[in-house]
Design a protein around this ligand. Structure first.
Ligand code: SF4
Length: 321
């Protein structure tokens, strides 16, 4: 194993950059992975490639810096941490690096198997993010050693995103619980909100197994509060998120029309980064609807000083007003 904690496939990248004849590249990565870019940067520079590292946040494959790269004269974008998300062609050629987390999973997979066995679980579904998808079969084997039947969705390869949980939905009926392999609560919460099954996290960063029940309850309670409060609002701000994979004009216009038909005032707001700091600049808005990433509202409800809904919540709201 190299000194990386993530496999940035340095030699593959160098080969691909050279074979495409690119002399200038932009590299973007999520904040948690930026610190591991040094070797990739050095190796490319050694090959005579002009490299620029993006300091901007990068939340998903929807958040592609291809326009920035093209604007800066880069001939290629290296997007780290996610697989291709958008259906459209990128503005410039893009290399996607899932950045596999390099770690030993034998202790955690055995611990997860014992944990599930103690809970009486007989059939478990397995899902993971891009960094841990490569470990799904290791977990499957560990679970089968203690007599638990494990399922990985074939259509998606068990890969989930914060907004795409088909890998869990597709196998839900045949399992007692779903285990997400990866860190943090973000992905597992997305699965838990979409499923009726218990969802557990096998976290390789903390080497622990935990559930997200408490967090799910809190998020749902706040979501219902937001919808109930928004129902009282007269002035709405509908936010168009200007990231390539998040812009949803149709939804924004549909919701605008539906709210105006119900006598509400609607202001359209464009934003690249959606947070309360930016939205607090519009004190005349009583409730916000975000038409981009559905997780912005779910994960940031508490930091918003006003009700904030995603597209799905907004349709629930329309049934009430
Ligand atoms: S839309 Fe949101 S959840 Fe989906 S990939 Fe983008 S940042 Fe992640």
């Amino acid at each position: 194993m190299s000194s990386y904690e993530y496999d940035l496939e340095v030699e593959r990248v160098v080969k691909e950059v050279k074979s495409r004849g690119a002399r200038r590249v932009l590299i973007q990565a999520p904040d948690g992975i930026k610190q591991y870019l040094k070797d990739l940067h050095e190796r490319l520079v050694r090959e005579g490639i002009a490299v620029v590292l993006s300091a901007d946040p990068c939340y998903g494959g929807c958040d592609l810096a291809d326009e920035e790269a093209a604007f800066m004269g880069a001939e290629l974008l290296i997007h780290v941490g996610h697989l291709k998300f958008i259906d459209a062609e990128e503005k410039i050629p893009t290399i996607y690096l899932p950045a596999k987390h390099l770690t030993k999973m034998s202790v955690l997979s055995a611990k997860t198997a014992e944990f599930l066995k103690a809970k009486g679980i007989k059939r478990a579904g397995l899902v993971a993010n891009a960094q841990h998808q490569g470990y799904l079969q290791d977990f499957k084997r560990a679970l089968s050693k203690v007599g638990i039947e494990a399922a990985v969705d074939e259509a998606t390869g068990g890969l989930i995103l914060g907004c795409r949980v088909a890998a869990a939905k597709n196998i839900e009926d045949g399992v007692d619980a779903v285990v997400y392999i990866g860190g943090g609560n973000f992905h597992a919460l997305g699965v838990a909100l979409a499923l009726e099954r218990k969802v557990y996290i096998a976290d390789p960063y903390r080497n622990e197994v935990r559930d997200v029940e408490g967090l799910k309850k809190k998020v749902l309670a706040r979501r219902w509060w937001s919808i109930a409060e928004a129902a009282k609002a007269k002035a709405f701000g509908i936010i168009l998120v200007t990231k390539l994979g998040q812009l949803n004009r149709e939804a924004a216009m549909r919701l605008k029309g539906a709210l105006e038909e119900r006598g509400r005032e609607v202001v359209l707001i464009a934003a690249d980064d959606v947070n309360w700091e930016r939205m607090a600049a519009f004190p005349f808005i009583e409730a916000f609807i975000v038409t981009g990433c559905p997780r912005i509202t779910l994960d940031n409800q508490e930091s918003f000083g006003k009700p904030v809904l995603n597209e799905e919540d907004a349709y629930d709201l329309l049934k009430r007003v």
